[in-house]
Design a protein around this ligand. Sequence first.
Ligand SMILES: NC(=O)c1ccc[n+]([C@@H]2O[C@H](COP(=O)([O-])OP(=O)(O)OC[C@H]3O[C@@H](n4cnc5c(N)ncnc54)[C@H](OP(=O)(O)O)[C@@H]3O)[C@@H](O)[C@H]2O)c1
Length: 386
Amino acid sequence: MAPYNVRWGIMATGWIADVFVRDLLNDPTLRDASDVSHTVTAVASSSSKERANKFIADTGIPGTCTAYGTYEELVANPDVEVVYVATPHSHHYQNVMLALGAGKHVLCEKAFTVNAAQTKILCETAQRKNLFLMEAVWTRYFPLSVQIRELIKKGAIGEVLRVMADNSFGDDVEDKWGTKHRMVNKDLAGGCLLDLGIYSLTWVFQTLYHTLPREQRKPPSAVSAHMSLYHLTGADEATTMLLSFPTSTPSNNPHPGRSTAVAMTNLRVSTDPDEKGSSRPTIRIQGTKGEIQVEGPAFRPERYRIIPKKGEGEIRDVECPFPGNGKGMYWEADEVARCLRDGKLESDTLPLEESIVIMEVMDEVRRQGGLTYPENIESTAYPLQL
Ligand SMILES: NC(=O)c1ccc[n+]([C@@H]2O[C@H](COP(=O)([O-])OP(=O)(O)OC[C@H]3O[C@@H](n4cnc5c(N)ncnc54)[C@H](OP(=O)(O)O)[C@@H]3O)[C@@H](O)[C@H]2O)c1
């Protein structure tokens, strides 16, 4: 049978859009995906049509691909089936509403929106219009993540009671990000929580929350957070979160103890200072029968280690390579293709409900940390000129 082909429209031509499109152009058979394929039908840049044309040339998109100088033209193209939104997260709410309003399915970069209220409206709108919507948390779709979730579900490390996850960059913040870059610019929803902390939370949620059957998943019973705000812009440059879940996984047991997690992100100290993986591990998932340690950046780990409790087996190291010359964003794109093929409106691997719960946690963390954004980007009004 011919693979199911998805026709993508790319909204924005920045850094991650480039990585995503190059991944889409990878041969799916290199990653054993013979059931789906991808076509980039159109690209839009809000700056100019020329910029979209340059993006098409630079990434080497083959065949006919239309360039647009506005996002409105992109979503009006009847050949575009799904829109990939790769703008700063300050703009996601407006941009996704635009695409949904034009009847397009959407894959939207993380963080989904600035706050949970915006995410909820996007989810309701997509469901009401019978359109597929997914937050592009690519890490969830890596074979490494799939394997670790399965190990937890089958009790390989017993009852999981604690997770520690870090996603931190050791930058000279003033020098590298200044005040205007979206990483620290509050007008673009800057700060490490929404940009990097989302991955630490992803690890907490995909291990402690997602490994329970859907009807047993419960939001954290407690969230505490400390934030340090960047002196030049007020965006967070360091955030540490403590979370408790009412039950442990995989047995949904309120005893012997709730599961707890520490999720961290920081712009000034690094998870991996020499960038060679010397400071392993990045994530520790601790159960009553042992531990899983994940190595490599939290957003793109490459291997993990299972350490059974003393006397309960041997240490096992598992390598999880990235086939082809892609970064690994193709796995989330394949998920979108399969969902569209199967008529699904959301992905089981990151259901909309889970994205909302994570956004609610980030709202609470920001509340405790005293981080607010300008009214226009926190707003749920649509359309709004940002
Ligand atoms: N999944 C991942 O691993 C990953 C990695 C990095 C970033 N991200 C997410 O992807 C999104 C984009 O990040 P990025 O690093 O690609 O950012 P970027 O390089 O700054 O690109 C963002 C693009 O958005 C468009 N845009 C529209 N309105 C804008 C405005 N007011 N200011 C700036 N840009 C505007 C611009 O493209 P046009 O001029 O062509 O419209 C710009 O090039 C963010 O939400 C980020 O969190 C995800």
